[in-house]
Design a protein around this ligand. Structure first.
Ligand SMILES: *[C@@H]1O[C@H](CO)[C@@H](O)[C@H](O)[C@H]1NC(C)=O
Ligand SMILES: [Mg+2]
Length: 257
């Protein structure tokens, strides 16, 4: 059909063109955390998703080209937004639980980058591009300057108020870091937890999965019901006696197998 009116074919083509124009202009718009379309940046987003979903495993350092991406994610608000959403989800789950009166309803929280943040330390390590430095990390942990992760503190307070026995379970060495860790937790508002469990000599050299599974098994044998388990590492949440629900907090800076 030839004439002044649009043919159906022409109409469809025009709509596609308009759509493509809108799509490409919105694609060029910068957002809070990223400039113009940048393929390397988008690849880092894919890498981070792969890490969080546990598809990429046993990674040792952040890819060097992703340092700025991880920094932007951690410091420009998206990390905090992600944690807040997870904590909101956990709070809804907590609201659905009826506690028993036997005092055995339990909850497990990891410590590093779950309750308290090592972001400042990792900012000096190009946000995880540099390999793990055990001596440097120990010095940092001894300084007891880790800040609270505010949304997790909110979760912690809610758990205590509801009557859960909260266990803080960490792979930190008990002998060398025990006192500093207690000081740090108290200074950041983490009081009234039931027990802080650090890695004692008996667990030295064990993988985090084995160590944490053994700890949880002992709690289960004491009669505790582990309703929830929160950590920033997959190794906090895998293995045995993981708890009725696990919640993974984001951490694109390091990986503990
Ligand atoms: C929680 O997990 C335990 C152990 O797997 C199970 O026996 C129990 O039924 C679970 N409770 C709920 C409410 O899912
Ligand atoms: Mg941790």
């Amino acid at each position: 059909m030839v004439g002044f009116g649009w043919s159906m074919q022409g109409m469809r083509e025009a709509m596609v063109l308009v759509f493509v124009a809108i799509w490409s202009s919105s694609k060029a718009t910068s957002t809070w955390w990223r400039g113009d379309s940048d393929e390397a940046w988008d690849n880092c987003l894919s890498w981070r998703l792969g890490v969080e979903a546990n598809n990429i495993r046993a990674w040792r350092t952040v890819p060097p080209e992703c340092s700025a991406h991880v920094e932007a994610y951690m410091v420009r608000g998206q990390y905090q937004r992600d944690v807040a959403l997870i904590v909101d989800t956990i709070c809804a789950y907590i609201d659905s639980i009826d506690l028993s009166s036997d005092g055995l309803d339990a909850w497990i929280l990891d410590v590093d980058d779950t309750c308290i943040s090592n972001l400042f330390y990792y900012s000096g390590k190009r946000y995880g591009c540099e390999p793990f430095d055990p001596v440097g990390f120990k010095t940092w942990a001894l300084s007891a300057k880790c800040s609270a992760i505010p949304d997790v503190l909110r979760l912690f307070v809610k758990l205590i108020a509801k009557g859960f026995k909260v266990f803080l379970v960490t792979g930190r060495d008990e002998d060398t870091l025990g006192q500093a860790t207690i000081r740090n937790l108290h200074a950041q508002g983490f009081f009234a937890y039931h027990r802080l469990i650090l890695r004692s000599g008996a667990y030295k050299g064990q993988s985090a999965i084995v160590y944490k599974s053994t700890v949880r098994k002992q709690l289960a044998e004491e009669g505790f019901r582990i309703w929830g388990n929160v950590g920033d590492q997959w190794s906090d949440l895998q293995g045995e006696y993981t708890g009725n629900r696990t919640f993974k907090l984001p951490n694109p800076m390091y990986n503990i197998p």
